[in-house]
Design a protein. Structure first.
Ligand code: TYM
Length: 351
């Protein structure tokens, strides 16, 4: 049975990229699937251990999930550190995965920078914890932005190696399920998770530089639209977004080598639920002086209500905490079911 899992780190400002690349998809998937949405607070300490606003940031991401429309009574919303099985399975995956796999991760290379020897060991092992998040629930589908693709591929590699290393134990215990590996049917314990990276905004770029991803950590606030920005701020940031002086092309091919224009078209398409082709058909030949105000109106219409709903929910700390506690309890039940079997497969003695 398909199960959706995804997570967001409680660091910095949630922005339009997080919304279009991930959270909006979380919302649309909940009508047809069982979903688990996590605030990955343990991941957020890999880059910065001392994190004075961790609790408020965790509540803020939770409020964003709820403000965007995730229903915590039908699905599970919780913070990762509440369910200690994430750390337990991550440890086991640290022993399954190879150091070389971790060293090749582009996110590690970017975040560690030049001084890799001084990065935390947690930053290197980050993808192991991410694989544990997903596989603890044996999730089959993970909606994410394009930047997480490599981590999901690594999650599959870990599942494949675990299934393979323990194939006899899994068969002896009779707890495997049939999995398709390409054309071949194999018996395994962990599923091979599929990333869901679709639509016109899987990689939203900075509004100041079309070659850089929109990111929580960019020092320029003008580079991103935060989910908490009010209508005036959203309009101002779009007005100031960097562009080239040409009119919009009348075909998609004309966006090649025009990364800023390409980005704004993708954002418009995603916010209006249209294809990029449809947007080019409507605005091809127009100047940015026409397109930018239209984009600003659209963004305000879609995003401003989320900001005010987020503020309303966030003010009710008791409610947010109750959602996380209840979600944590439900997540823990599933996670412990998986871990009982994993401990058995490995040969750890348990009660
Ligand atoms: P994080 O917190 O950096 O980002 C959360 C989600 O937002 C997406 N995203 C973007 N999408 C489009 N354009 C952008 N500019 C952009 N920036 C961010 C990310 O792809 C992500 O989907 N490692 C993850 C968190 C995580 C996770 C997991 C995700 C931990 N465990 C298990 C899925 C499943 C991360 O750092 O996301």
């Amino acid at each position: 049975k398909p199960l959706v899992f995804s997570g967001v780190q409680p660091t910095g400002n949630l922005h339009l990229g997080n919304y279009l690349g991930a959270i909006r998809k979380f919302v649309s998937l909940q009508n047809e699937h069982d979903c688990i949405y996590c605030v990955v607070d343990m991941h957020s300490i890999t880059a910065q251990l001392v994190h004075e606003d961790l609790a408020s940031q965790t509540r803020s991401i939770t409020a964003a999930y709820l403000a965007c429309g995730i229903d915590p009574t039908k699905h599970i919303v919780f913070n990762q550190s509440r369910v200690m099985q994430h750390a337990e399975l991550a440890w086991i995956f640290n022993c399954v995965a190879r150091i070389g796999w971790m060293n090749r991760m582009t996110q590690f290379k970017d975040k560690a920078g030049k001084d890799r020897e001084n990065a935390s060991l947690g930053l290197l092992a980050y993808p192991s914890l991410m694989a544990a998040d997903i596989l603890l629930y044996r999730a089959t589908h993970v909606p994410v932005g394009d930047d997480q693709k490599q981590h999901i591929e690594l999650t599959r590699d870990i599942a494949i190696k675990f299934n393979n290393d323990f194939s006899h134990r899994i068969a002896d215990l009779g707890i495997g399920v049939e999995l398709m590996m390409g054309e071949e049917k194999v018996n395994g314990f962990f599923p091979l998770t599929e990333p869901m990276i679709e639509g016109p905004a899987t990689r939203v770029m900075s509004l100041r530089d079309g070659s850089k991803k929109m990111s929580k950590s960019d020092p320029s606030d003008l580079s991103r639209i935060n989910l908490t920005d009010d209508a005036d701020t959203i309009s101002k940031k779009i007005r100031k977004a960097r562009t080239d002086p040409e009119a919009l092309p009348s075909e998609l091919a004309g966006l090649k080598d025009r990364p800023e224009a390409d980005n704004l078209i993708g954002i418009y398409a995603a916010l209006s639920d249209q294809t990029r082709e449809a947007v080019i058909t409507e605005y091809g030949g127009q100047q940015f002086s026409v397109f930018k105000p239209a984009l600003a109106d659209l963004a305000v219409e879609k995003l401003a209500p989320i900001a005010s709903e987020m503020r309303r929910i966030q003010a009710d700390t008791a409610y947010v905490d109750a959602v996380l506690k209840d979600g944590g309890e439900r997540a823990r039940t599933i996670a412990e079911g998986t871990m009982k079997q994993v401990r058995q497969i490995i040969g750890f003695l348990q009660d």
